[in-house]
Design a protein around this ligand. Structure first.
Ligand code: F6R
Length: 605
C-alpha cells in the first residue's frame, strides 16, 4: 500500500504553525524497500509541488516542517537527516545541546555530515549503536544516553521497514492509534478526526510503532504500560472567509472571543478553584502571585500584574519564561503560579512550570489550547475561549488573556471578600464594554488608516513607543506587533524614562507613538512627556482617551478611544493598535500571517 505521502503532508499542513523554514518527507519504497526522500526550502507548498513533480510514496512515511535552530533555512538543513548510508532517516524537534561534541567524535570516526544541524548527529549515532546492538529497543536505549537537551525525534529505518521509532524527552510527542493505522506527531491536531485514540508518550520514553501495535519503553529499556486516551480535539479547515489575512480575521473576532471568554468564566465561577486545582482556602490565604509567559503572553501578564495588585491587593511578580530558570525563585506557601500561553506549548514557559512544581507551589496554565502539554502538566488550567489563532502574530489570544486575567483578579478578590458579588458581575460587564470599544475604535479609524495613515507610516524604518503604568507593557506589545509583522524597528519605553536617554533619539525620522492612560495623574505625566517630545521637534501619534484635550491637540495624529474602566484601557486600545500595524505591514506587502523567521509555537528553549 502506497499511501503515507498524502497523510503525512496533510498532517504537516495542520502543524505548519510550528515552523515554515523548510519541509521534508521520507518513506520506504514498497517495491525495493529503499529509503527515499524529498526536501524543499521554504513553506510546505514547495515540498508539495516537488512531490507532485517527482512522486514518491510508501507504506510508512515521516515528514517535518522546520523552524531553524542550527544551520540556515536551506534545503540541505531540511529534515529528514540521514546516516552515512542513507538507511536511517531522522526528523527532530528540540535541541541536542551536546551536538558539537558528538559531531566531532563521529567525524573523527569517519562519519560525513551533510548539514549544519544538530539533528544529523542522531542519525549517525543511531548508525553506530545499531552496528553494535542489532536489537532495536536495546540500541535506542543506548542511543539516548548520549544526548543532552530537550528533544523529540522520529526515525524510519531501511532495515526495519515496518517500524517507526519515536523518542521523547521533554518535547511533546504523541501516537494516534487506529485500526491498522498509526500516527506519530508532536501535536494530536495532526491526526484529529482520523483515529479515535491517542497515547501521550511519557517523558523520557521511546516507542516502536507498528501497524498492528506499539511497544513503549522507558529510556533505560524497561517496558512501560500503554495508557490510551480519547482524541478530544477536532480538525476544522479554517478559512480566511472574506478577509485577506488570518490576522485581520482574528482582529475582528476579538469582540466575540471576549464575549465567549466572559460567558465561559461566568459559567465556571462557582467551580473555578476545582478547575484550576486549588482549594478556596488556598485562594483566601493567597499572599503573593506569580505570572509567567513569553512574548505577547508576557505582555498580557505584565498588564495583569496591575490587575492583581489593584483589584485583589496581592503582591504580584512577573517572570519572563526564557529568564526564569536562570534566576532565583523564592517560593511561598500562600502563592499561585499562573503560566500564560496561547499555545500551551512554549518550551520556556513549560520548563518554568516544571521547575515550580518542584517547589510545591500550585501551577495553573492559562491557555487557549485544551489539548496542550501545559494543560496536561500544570496542576490546573483555565481556558481562554479565543478559538484557534492561525496568524503567527497573536491578537485575539492576547485580548482574551487580558479578559481572563481581569476576571480572575476579581474572582480572587471576591473569594477574599474584598469585593461583592455585584462587583464581580460589574467586572464582567466592564469587559464587555471594553470589547465594544475595541471593535468600534477600529471602525472609527479604519478608512483613515487604510487611505492615509498606513501609506504614510509605512515609510518610516523605526518608531518609539511610550506608555506609563499599564499602558507601558501595552506599548511593548504594540512595538512587538509592528516589529514582527511589518519588520519596522520599534522599541517601547516607560514615558518617564525618556529624559534618561531615549530623548536623544528624537528627530523627524522617528515617530513617537504614545499610549495614554485614563487615570488623571498618569495622564498628566504622559502629557508632560509628550510635550518634551514636541519641544524637540518630535512627531507624535497618540492613542488618547475621550476628553484628553491637551494630548489630542498636541499630537500630529490622534486616535480617540471611548473611556472604559481605567485598568481596561489597554484592552480597549488593542484592536485599533493591531489594525493600524496590520495595515502598515500590508502596505509593505509583508507575509503577514507567517512573518519571516518565526513560528506560531516555540517548542525549543
Ligand atoms: C507575538 C507572539 C509571540 C507569542 C510567544 C509565546 O505575536 O505571538 O510573542 O506570544 O511566542 O507564545 P505562547 O503564548 O503560545 O506561549
Amino acid at each position: 500500500m502506497r499511501e503515507s505521502r498524502a497523510i503525512v503532508l496533510e498532517g504537516l499542513s495542520r502543524l505548519e504553525y510550528r515552523g515554515y523554514d523548510s519541509a521534508g518527507f521520507a518513506c520506504i519504497d514498497p517495491e525495493d524497500n529503499r529509503l527515499m526522500y524529498a526536501k524543499a526550502e521554504g513553506k510546505l507548498s514547495r515540498l508539495v509541488a516537488q512531490l507532485q513533480e517527482h512522486p514518491i510514496d510508501g507504506f510508512a512515511g515521516i515528514g517535518h516542517t522546520r523552524w531553524s535552530t542550527h544551520g540556515a533555512s536551506s534545503e540541505q538543513n531540511a529534515h529528514p537527516h540521514f546516516d552515512c548510508h542513507k538507511q536511517i532517516s531522522v526528523i527532530h524537534n528540540g535541541i541536542i545541546e551536546n551536538h558539537h561534541e558528538l559531531k566531532r567524535q563521529l567525524e573523527s570516526e569517519g562519519h560525513h555530515f551533510h548539514s549544519q544541524t544538530d539533528t544529523e548527529t542522531i542519525a549517525h549515532l543511531f548508525e553506530v549503536v545499531l552496528a553494535r546492538t542489532p536489537i532495536l529497543s536495546d540500541a535506542i536505549a543506548q542511543l539516548v544516553t548520549h544526548f543532552q537537551g530537550a528533544y523529540a525525534f522520529v526515525s524510519l529505518l531501511q532495515e526495519h521497514p515496518d517500524v517507526i521509532v519515536a523518542v521523547r524527552k521533554r518535547s511533546p510527542l504523541c501516537i494516534g492509534i487506529g485500526e491498522g493505522q498509526m500516527f506519530v506527531a508532536s501535536d494530536m491536531l495532526a491526526f484529529a478526526g482520523k483515529v479515535p485514540k491517542v497515547l501521550f508518550m511519557p517523558d523520557e520514553s521511546f516507542a516502536l510503532v507498528r501497524k498492528e501495535g506499539i511497544e513503549l519503553y522507558a529510556f533505560d529499556g524497561t517496558p512501560l504500560p500503554i495508557m490510551i486516551q480519547d482524541v478530544d480535539v477536532t480538525w476544522d479547515l479554517y478559512e480566511k472567509q472574506d478577509h485577506e489575512h488570518f490576522m485581520l480575521k482574528e482582529i475582528y473576532e476579538q469582540k466575540a472571543a471576549i464575549h465567549d471568554t466572559v460567558d465561559f468564566l461566568h459559567s465556571v465561577k462557582d467551580r473555578v478553584w476545582d478547575d484550576i486545582g486549588v482549594t478556596a482556602q488556598h485562594i483566601r490565604d493567597l499572599s503573593s502571585m506569580n505570572l509567567i509567559g513569553c512574548g505577547t503572553s508576557w505582555h498580557a501578564g505584565y498588564i495583569a500584574q496591575f490587575f492583581f495588585e489593584a483589584i485583589c491587593m496581592i503582591p504580584t511578580q512577573l517572570h519572563l519564561g526564557s529568564e526564569f530558570r536562570y534566576l532565583p525563585f523564592f517560593p511561598s506557601d500562600n502563592s499561585l503560579f499562573i503560566a500564560i500561553s496561547q499555545s500551551g506549548e512554549t518550551a520556556d514557559t513549560l520548563e518554568a512550570i516544571r521547575m515550580v512544581q518542584a517547589h510545591s507551589v500550585p501551577t495553573v496554565a492559562l491557555t487557549n489550547v485544551s489539548s496542550s502539554t501545559m494543560v496536561r502538566e500544570a496542576d490546573g488550567f483555565l481556558l481562554t475561549q479565543a478559538g484557534r489563532e492561525i496568524a503567527v502574530a497573536s491578537t485575539k489570544a492576547f485580548s482574551t488573556q487580558l479578559t481572563a486575567l481581569y476576571w480572575l483578579a476579581h474572582r480572587i478578590a471576591y473569594e477574599k471578600k474584598i469585593i461583592s458579588a455585584e462587583q464581580l458581575e460589574r467586572a464582567q460587564e466592564d469587559l464587555l464594554v471594553a470589547a465594544e470599544v475595541l471593535e468600534n475604535s477600529i471602525e472609527n479609524y479604519k478608512l483613515q488608516i487604510i487611505k492615509e495613515l498606513a501609506p504614510r507610516y509605512a515609510r518610516y524604518r523605526k518608531m518609539l513607543f511610550l506608555g506609563r503604568h499599564s499602558s507601558y507593557p501595552f506599548a511593548m506589545e504594540a512595538a512587538l506587533k509592528l516589529k514582527e509583522i511589518a519588520y519596522i524597528f520599534a522599541t517601547a519605553y516607560p514615558a518617564g524614562e525618556l529624559k534618561h536617554g531615549p530623548l536623544a533619539l528624537i528627530d523627524t525620522d522617528i515617530p513617537v507613538i504614545i499610549f495614554s492612560h485614563q487615570e488623571s495623574l498618569l495622564y498628566q505625566k504622559l502629557l508632560v512627556n509628550a510635550q518634551e517630545v514636541k519641544a524637540r521637534g518630535g512627531h507624535i501619534v497618540a492613542f488618547a482617551f475621550e476628553g484628553q484635550q491637551e494630548l489630542i491637540e498636541l499630537a500630529d495624529v490622534v486616535f480617540v478611544i471611548s473611556r472604559v474602566k481605567p485598568l481596561l484601557g489597554p484592552l480597549a486600545m488593542t484592536g485599533l493598535m493591531q489594525f493600524f500595524f496590520y495595515a502598515i505591514a500590508k502596505e509593505l506587502d509583508r507575509p503577514i500571517d507567517k512573518p519571516r523567521n518565526l513560528a506560531k509555537s516555540v517548542t525549543v528553549e
